[in-house]
Design a protein around this ligand. Structure first.
Ligand SMILES: C[S@@+](CC[C@H](N)C(=O)[O-])C[C@H]1O[C@@H](n2cnc3c(N)ncnc32)[C@H](O)[C@@H]1O
Length: 317
């Protein structure tokens, strides 16, 4: 038992080795077998130290090894940038700022405030807005998660009953991309911050920039808010929901897609701690989401399970 405990203390080293490999583009450059010497020359790295990393990745089952030759395996293939199913940016997302916030979690537990904001002196989304490379990496990471998560969305909700739909806080557009594939005639609008919207490459959708704390444009019969409310405390969530209410026509529909803590078998406490450290928020239960939306005058219509984690809560104006 004590030995297990001792191993547990350093379990995060494996993640750090893998995310470092992503950062150094090692997996992208190991599509063919190479020695540490070849790879070090190609990427201008220190050969001796690179060999330590490659061996650690092999021992953790992230690389194949044949004598002195290393190559990606079926796991690290998902960490190659141009794999259509890549999770490379999703992997890197949890290093650097997220880790720094976690290292100062004691600050959040003592004060109730975001340790991220304490370190970086601004809220998370303002920090991204001021760092174009970080913003792009974060949104590619969200897109990589979202591509998997929203694959079945148009199968469980019939969006063809609407003429138009707007994804508020839609990031790089994975939700609308999935909906548009099944409903090519549906007018789709993506709404997000200016610096996000200008990077979106999804075609055949309208893109509008602005802040959901100021005003959401009247553009659609229905609005989607996916993984947006969980970023904010109740006061801020209420402003977003009220602005959605204002933006919708009479009888307009709001779809809130979130991890409802009571609907999931796995424990969301760690994710809630992450949300606390980053943005002073947490993973709410179904009833908490319903009561937030009702406070903004929406009427609850029902719910549909999207996948193992997410539930779609449906509201009407
Ligand atoms: C956690 S991400 C969710 C992205 C996407 N909806 C998904 O489910 O993957 C939160 C989104 O809210 C956007 N956002 C943050 N602050 C915003 C604001 N003030 N106005 C509009 N969008 C904002 C972010 O840019 C980001 O795209």
């Amino acid at each position: 038992m004590k030995n297990e405990l001792k191993s547990f203390f350093t379990e995060h080293w494996t993640y750090m080795a893998v995310s470092t490999a992503c950062k150094l583009n090692l997996f992208d450059n190991l599509l063919e077998e190479k020695t540490a010497k070849q790879l070090a020359e190609e990427l201008s790295l220190n050969e001796e130290k690179l060999l330590l990393l490659l061996n650690a990745l092999h021992n953790a089952n992230f690389l194949g090894k044949n004598a002195e030759l290393f190559k990606v395996n079926s796991l690290s293939e998902f960490l190659i940038e141009n794999n259509p199913e890549s999770l490379k940016y999703a992997c890197m997302n949890w290093s650097v700022e997220h880790l720094n916030a976690w290292q100062n979690l004691d600050f959040s537990i003592k004060t109730g405030n975001s340790s991220f904001e304490e370190i970086y002196k601004k809220p998370f989304f303002d920090f991204l807005n001021d760092n174009p490379e970080k913003l792009n990496a974060y949104h590619i990471a969200m897109y990589q998660y979202a591509k998997d998560d929203y694959k079945t969305l148009p199968n469980v909700i019939d969006f063809s009953k609407h003429k138009s739909i707007m994804d508020v806080g839609g990031g790089y557009g994975a939700v609308l991309e999935s909906i548009k594939k099944k409903n090519p005639n549906l007018d789709c609008v993506l709404f997000d911050l200016e610096k996000v919207v200008e990077n979106v490459t999804v075609s055949n959708i309208k893109k509008i920039s602005g802040s959901f704390f100021d005003k959401i444009p009247n553009q659609s019969e229905a609005i989607i808010l996916s993984r947006v409310i969980h970023d904010w405390d109740n006061k801020k969530a209420n402003i977003i929901l009220k602005n959605c209410f204002e933006a919708l026509p009479k009888e307009g529909t709001l779809y809130v897609i979130e991890n409802c803590a009571d609907k999931i078998n796995i424990d969301l406490s760690l994710l809630s701690l992450n949300m606390t450290a980053i943005c002073e928020s947490y993973e709410r239960t179904t009833i908490e989401y319903i009561s937030l939306a009702e406070n903004a005058n929406f009427g609850f219509q029902g719910e549909v399970k999207l996948n193992d984690l997410q539930t779609i809560l449906i509201f009407k104006k």
